[in-house]
Design a protein around this ligand. Structure first.
Ligand code: HEC
Length: 241
């Protein structure tokens, strides 16, 4: 038996040194048993060993960080890649993959699930608040978007009836993504140009309405303004425009 242990230890040591990733993880994830449940499954699949280290790791899984990975016990845990090694990348990808997320959800303690995958939370939770100039963004919104969208009190009567108001769109969980990409979402591409981002209108399809032109900074400002718009209260009776 001792021999076998020795052979296994030697084999373990003989594994290519690169095939490992150093993980800094919050103690609570160790204490609940999640790491013990999750990491061997990853290692088995990839032959990449995971070594838990107190600091100077390749990856960190903790209460703060870049990308949400899982939640449970009233906490969201985030992943941060500290050293961009192929193994760190592999573990990061695995944690965020469907298999990884399912493995996290399948972990049970005393018969109860403890954690849930949170990779889908990515944008809403992890994103830094918009950095643009909200005051400039408000002016731009009224000027550029206000001929179709109700932006706020100042153009309540001016929007085009069927076009969603800013406060309605603010209720979408992914409002920020939609605003950041509005210029590729219909109907805008046919009349919108963002300097240095969109292509010129093709000569065969000039905009049929007066075109909307803005810079990337303008768009940042606009998103910062929309962040300040109160989401419509959908519980209240609908107010027709
Ligand atoms: C010429 C009219 C017009 C202008 C100008 C306009 N929009 Fe729109 N926008 C629309 C219409 C119509 C829709 C609804 C499209 C739909 O429901 O399919 C829409 C939808 C949107 C959506 C939701 C898109 C989606 O698919 O989720 C966003 C975000 C948006 N507009 C942002 C803006 C912003 C920001 C501006 C100004 C910079 C702007 N729009 C200017 C007509 C306009």
């Amino acid at each position: 038996m001792q021999r076998l242990g020795l052979i296994l230890a030697l084999w373990f040591l003989a594994m290519p040194a690169g095939a490992q990733v150093r993980l800094q993880a919050s103690d609570v994830l160790q204490d609940t048993g999640l790491l013990k449940h999750m990491l061997p499954r990853f290692s088995l699949k990839t032959s990449v060993r995971v070594q838990r280290v107190p600091d100077t790791g390749d990856l960190r899984l903790a209460e703060t960080g870049d990308l949400p990975v899982l939640r449970g016990g009233g906490q969201v845990f985030y992943l941060t890649v500290l050293q961009e090694t192929p193994e760190a990348r592999r573990l990061a990808d695995w944690l965020l993959s469907k298999v990884g997320q399912r493995t996290i959800g399948a972990f049970k303690r005393d018969g109860h699930a403890v954690y849930q995958g949170a990779a889908g939370l990515a944008v809403e939770v992890a994103e830094a608040p918009p950095e643009g100039d909200a005051v400039a963004g408000e002016k731009l919104s009224y000027r550029l978007c206000g001929r179709c969208h109700v932006v706020g009190e100042r153009n309540l009567m001016k929007g085009v009836g069927s076009t969603p108001s800013f406060s309605l769109m603010r209720t979408f969980p992914d409002w920020r993504r939609r605003f950041e990409a509005f210029f590729v979402l219909r109907p805008h591409p046919s009349f919108t140009q963002i300097d240095g981002v969109t292509e010129a209108f093709p000569p065969s399809a000039p905009p049929v309405i007066s075109p909307l032109r803005m810079s990337v900074d303008d768009l940042d400002a606009l998103v910062a303004f929309v962040a300040t718009v109160a989401p419509a209260d959908l519980g209240a009776p609908l107010v027709h425009q």
